[in-house]
Design a protein around this ligand. Structure first.
Ligand SMILES: C[S@@+](CC[C@H](N)C(=O)[O-])C[C@H]1O[C@@H](n2cnc3c(N)ncnc32)[C@H](O)[C@@H]1O
Length: 338
């Protein structure tokens, strides 16, 4: 069969055809520098399926959603870690949580967080652990965390909730003691935290989003996901987040990301050197909705830029990711719950 012929170079034309399809289906745009890593992914899949040409593989890819998922498992960058950029989790616990809880009516004690592009689950579990540490369950609140992604392989890891040594390196001992149990193949997230988290397949670029996602979120995390997208895709995704959030709800983006030239609908809020984006609450004045002026005033663009610059202390991993926009995704509208 075609292992030998497939090992040949992927021509620029062939690359462009796959790149455009992946971009259209997943939002992920592979720069030309990623030609070789895409070639390796394509050869892996085509060889597995015994195809002898990239053309034949392409013909299957465009008609078979399952094959698209398989390719996404190879193309997406799933780098993540527990409590990645811990300041954001401090801000969630000390600022966002009390603010949202105090604004909810007595008969609504639900707190809902969506981790979009959750990879292997470290992010939604970190959110769940933060909520548990804040003790909101003891106060009679019900919390729910949903993790979604286009990588079915990453989601399966999250669903299992077991992590090896490498994933645990930077997790403080006290957190390990509080939220994990030791199992033969590593550390398993405690049942208390696992109970709060669900996982589901959802492709952020596929619209319309299912009703279950379109609304009633108090917080959305979408960190280090759209760094692989082009501006127009990011705008669409962020606009969907805006519509899905409750008034007063917060969007968390990666610490090296910005909403500048993406959306002016959110109000930037600085908490302990971290920028969060809040959906403004409205109030009715003579039957018309007008924004409410909250105690924290939005920062000016200029001061925001300055502070964002100071915050630009990306880790080596994150810097590598930002330049490693080599991977892609697509699929059906979800979330297809696991
Ligand atoms: C670098 S990881 C970030 C994980 C986590 N949010 C964090 O910051 O640690 C990016 C994730 O986004 C997912 N992703 C990329 N495109 C996506 C899309 N169109 N829909 C949903 N998830 C996507 C990838 O599969 C990958 O798991």
């Amino acid at each position: 069969m075609g292992r030998d012929s497939l090992a040949k170079d992927l021509t620029l034309e062939e690359f462009a055809r796959f790149r455009d399809f992946i971009h259209q289906q997943s939002g992920i745009f592979l720069e030309e520098s990623k030609l070789d890593s895409l070639r390796i992914s394509l050869v892996t899949r085509a060889t597995r399926l015994d195809f002898s040409t990239f053309d034949a593989y392409y013909a299957l890819l465009v008609r078979d959603h399952k094959e698209f998922n398989e390719l996404m498992n190879l193309v997406t960058i799933n780098e993540t870690s527990f409590f990645r950029f811990p300041q954001q989790f401090d801000a969630l616990k000390n600022r966002v949580l009390p603010e949202i809880m105090s604004a909810k009516p007595e008969n609504n004690k639900n707190f809902r967080v969506w981790s979009a592009g959750c990879s292997t689950g470290e992010e939604p579990y970190s959110v769940a652990m933060t909520l548990l540490d804040a003790g909101i369950d003891g106060l009679g609140w019900k919390s729910q965390v949903l993790g979604t992604d286009v990588s079915t392989r990453a989601l399966a890891v999250g669903q299992k909730g077991v992590y090896g040594k490498r994933a645990m390196i930077n997790v403080p001992k006290e957190t390990v003691a509080r939220h994990f149990e030791t199992v033969p193949d590593g550390h398993r997230v405690s049942e208390r935290a696992r109970k709060l988290v669900d996982f589901g397949y959802h492709n952020l670029i596929k619209e319309p989003y299912p009703l279950s996602l379109m609304g009633n979120w108090d917080v959305i995390f979408c960190r280090n996901v759209t760094i692989y997208f082009r501006l127009d895709s990011t705008r669409r995704v962020v606009s969907n987040y805006y519509n899905s959030l409750n008034e007063g709800g917060y969007l968390f983006i990666g610490h090296s990301e910005t909403l500048t030239s993406i959306s002016d609908q959110f109000e930037p809020v600085e908490v302990g050197g971290v920028f969060l984006y809040r959906k403004t609450r409205t109030r009715k004045v003579f039957g018309v909705s007008v924004p409410r002026v909250d105690s924290v005033s939005p920062l000016t663009e200029a001061s925001r830029f300055k502070k964002a610059e100071r915050l630009e202390k990306s880790t080596a991993v994150e810097a590598a990711e930002a330049t490693a926009a080599s991977k892609g995704a697509a699929g059906a509208t979800g979330p297809e719950m696991l």
